[in-house]
Design a protein around this ligand. Sequence first.
Ligand code: EPU
Length: 348
Amino acid sequence: MIRFSENFSLKQHNTFGIDASARFYFEFTDPADLYLFTQSNESWSEEPVLVVGEGSNLLLLDDYSGLVLHPNIPGISEIKEDRQNIWIEAGAGETWDELVQYAVDYGFGGIENLSLIPGKVGAAPVQNIGAYGQEVENVIELVKGFDLQTGQPVEFSAVECEFGYRSSIFKLKLKNRVVITSVVFRLSKFPEFLLGYGDLEKKVQEKGAINLRTIRQSVVEIRKSKLPDVKALGNAGSFFKNPEMENAVAEKLKAEFEHLPVYSAAPGKSKLAAGWLIEKAGWKGFRDGDAGVHEKQALVLVNYGNASGKQIFDLSEKIKQSVFEKFGVVLEREVNCVAPPDFPAGEE
Ligand code: EPU
């Protein structure tokens, strides 16, 4: 199935609920549709492209003047197995949390801590989703996609995806050039449970047994207690990344602010909790018009109704500025901010 529209409203296609539109919009359910589409000589085939799944990590600063591609490719299938693992291929258009539910129902481990993360399967490798000690890069075997520049299908092994913290080749070098069509995950039939993050273990133990189901339930409960439901309150999860820095810099800050949460990161590096920094800079629960900072998790910016993308973005700039003034730490946005070409702040 394909659907092509002009001046298409994206309000239902971004979890911030920003009322912006796409000059051209193309939705498809089969990778072959994309091939035929790109062979077209129509004027829109030359437009800049933005790939949008569920739009759960997206802030639109204005109407998008190019072409939005929406891969709605379905399907979850088991493609091979051995004694230890099973390989599952999921279409880019599958809802991420439904894939987690499927894995947990069948007893396959590796993504249970990633329960309830909003978004589609195709977006999972793009920003290397992670939560409660699990990162999706650890279970990705292969990413299949379509290269808009060469007009050819492409495949990437996990190494070729160049995964980093909330980052991959698809977010950097190949941004909006490769459209992910499906992902092959290597899940475990004998999962090792990861319960080390925060009070996850305590929560799971309260349920009387440690298994994939109780872990999923616990993660869902923790997320629901802290993170706003996108259906009730527009947001895109963590707006900023947790900043990474040399150990020595983090230790100096810790000496000054003893309650600052510091985590070990890459060798020689530490990560700080951006939510803590933002809260201590006084922003938690802040609201200006319809743009605000969530009252339970300061890393999440929210749209109370009719905020524009620009208002949310301006708020994020003020937060960055104030965290820098108070702590000397530069916050980096995690959300994909899409701005018109004449926008000054170095965004797309
Ligand atoms: N904290 C505060 N105030 C706040 C928010 C957090 O003091 O307003 C403190 C917490 O008390 C805790 C620490 O900061 O000590 C970390 O908080 P939390 O466990 O809520 O996690 P996070 O570091 O804020 C990251 C991910 C989330 C993920 C959680 C759990 C990033 C950018 N965010 O948040 O991912 O769910 O860990 O693993 O890495 C997302 O990416 O959209 C997202 C929600």
